[in-house]
Design a protein around this ligand. Structure first.
Ligand code: GLU
Length: 484
């Protein structure tokens, strides 16, 4: 019975959710969503008990939900399929595809001597060893011929079988290793497309050999999947993204305030591009246009600056209310189900005023690139004492007599100016003229006194929202600071 593509994302829960994994998950999901009967499966490959942690499993599931990559089947656990892995091992063994081997790594090394050929030399292939506590099971790789991986992105990739050693499929402990467990599960789930990172390309010929051997051992004809190995992600130096040096954890981007639609849009561009010259495109367009055949095999630059820019564009395209709601985890986390890690608000719950925030939100929406930057831009509305950037204050007030003169003049003028943005604008402009300061220069000391910083939301709108009394108090204390 013909059916749509059945794809799986099969992460091993050994760390944070790498942006490369997020891209693999997305490309699988896109293929499934293009067909009404496409099926997207999440399979957690958790058989390496020494390296897996339950919290990473939660991280994967949460990150997938955040990105909106919904599942048709699963999440499955590879470990739940243990019986099938053992059954596959037995079937391969009884059909003569495997043999027992008791060589240690040192034995293999010693036999090699100067010979640098990688891998195992087949020493135990004909020894007819029986199962014991020290024997692993190896696959009898054919010596001649080639195995051709049909890859939608790279074309046909040929591997000479002579370069593939008799690899271990099960350890002496009985644990079935990745290659066989992965293939057993893919057959079980009738996977049609294996879409994953380029680093798995060398595994593909081994997995094809296992797949064919299993068809033989079980006397069935499960069709081999089509492969698509996605291009490597590289940093600015065109080096493979490094877990230590580059920001690769999807969780970190979420914590910093990247929003899922922008992040997904950006991930889609890592190796693929939509038609036309627009890169910011709705998900529905991406689903419609995405073709694995159009994915490039050259490394894709993971450009955080571009991602940041796109995120800002997405934030600006939100309605005011959407933006306010999106800010909640960073400005009023007590109202939000999800909260970023280690990002306390600068204010306490009682100091925050949702109505004031609703008024200032449009001012920051125009300027902010990531939601995690919002709180620091608006903290002066909620804190009694501004968080003063001392060096900035010294520059524009402390060591600048005209800055001090302007503050004093503003304090006098603010007591009776009409308290709205345009009157404040006109008043400050006029005070500046009197002191031979242009508007930009005249704003700096006031902004610093009132907000504690030299950059932030538009000054006059901010002053209007802050209110006359609080603004004047801040000018007073700034002047007092100078005479301390
Ligand atoms: N579990 C493997 C990994 O996380 C993926 C294997 C695959 O997609 O075939 O790298």
């Amino acid at each position: 019975m013909p059916h749509g593509p059945r794809v799986r994302f099969a992460p091993s829960p050994t760390g944070y959710f790498h942006v490369g994994s997020a891209r693999s998950a997305l490309f699988n999901w896109l293929l499934a969503r293009q067909s009404p009967d496409g099926c997207f499966i999440l399979r957690i490959e958790d058989t390496d008990a020494d390296r897996n942690r339950e919290e990473w499993v939660d991280g994967i599931i949460q990150a997938m939900a955040w990105l909106g990559l919904d599942l048709d089947e699963g999440p499955f656990r590879q470990s739940d399929n243990h019986a099938a892995h053992l059954e596959a091992t037995q079937a391969l063994l009884s059909r003569g595809f495997l043999y027992y081997c008791d060589c240690t790594g040192d034995d293999v090394q010693a036999r090699k001597g100067e010979n640098k050929t990688p891998g195992y030399d087949g020493y135990c292939r004909e020894r007819g060893l029986a199962r014991s506590a020290t024997t692993a099971l190896r696959f009898k790789t054919p010596h001649d011929g080639v195995t051709t991986v049909h890859d939608l992105i790279r074309g046909d990739v040929e591997f000479a079988n002579s370069t593939i050693d008799d690899f271990v499929v099960a350890k002496s402990s009985g644990a079935v290793l990745y290659a066989l467990a992965n293939v057993t599960d893919d057959r079980h789930d009738a996977i049609t497309h294996v879409i994953r990172g380029e680093e798995h390309l060398p595994n593909a010929p081994k997995q094809m050999m296992l797949w064919r051997a299993l068809n033989d051992a079980f006397a069935d004809e499960v069709a081999l999947p089509v492969y698509a190995h996605l291009p490597l992600l590289v940093n600015e130096q065109r080096k493979k993204l490094s877990k230590r040096k580059d920001p690769v954890a999807t969780e970190t981007y979420r914590d910093e305030g990247y929003i899922a639609p922008a992040f997904v849009n950006y991930l889609a561009l890592l190796g693929w591009s939509p038609r036309g010259d627009q890169e910011i495109v709705p998900l529905s367009t991406i689903i419609e246009q995405f073709r694995l055949e159009d994915v490039s095999h050259s490394p894709a630059f993971f450009d955080v600056k571009k991602l940041r820019h796109m995120n800002g564009e997405y934030l600006r395209a939100m309605s005011r209310d959407e933006f306010i709601a999106a800010c909640a985890p960073w400005v009023a986390p007590w109202t939000s189900e999800w909260r970023p890690t280690d990002r306390p608000t600068p204010w306490g719950r009682d100091e925050f005023d949702a109505e004031v925030f609703a008024r200032v939100a449009p001012l920051v929406q125009e300027r902010v690139a990531v939601l995690g930057d919002v709180a620091a831009m608006v903290d002066f509305f909620f804190l009694d004492d501004v968080d003063m950037d001392v060096a900035a204050f010294e520059k524009v007030v402390g060591s600048d007599p005209s800055g001090r003169a302007l503050l004093a003049a503003a304090l006098a003028r603010f007591s009776d100016v009409a308290w709205d943005a345009s009157s404040l604008h006109a008043a400050v402009e006029e005070l500046g003229e009197g002191l031979a300061m242009n508007l930009r220069k005249a704003q700096a000391p006031i902004r610093c006194a009132v907000t504690g910083k030299l950059v932030g939301p538009p000054l006059f709108e901010s002053l209007e929202i802050l209110g006359r009394a609080r603004a004047m108090r801040r000018l007073e204390s700034a002047l007092a600071r100078c005479s301390d």
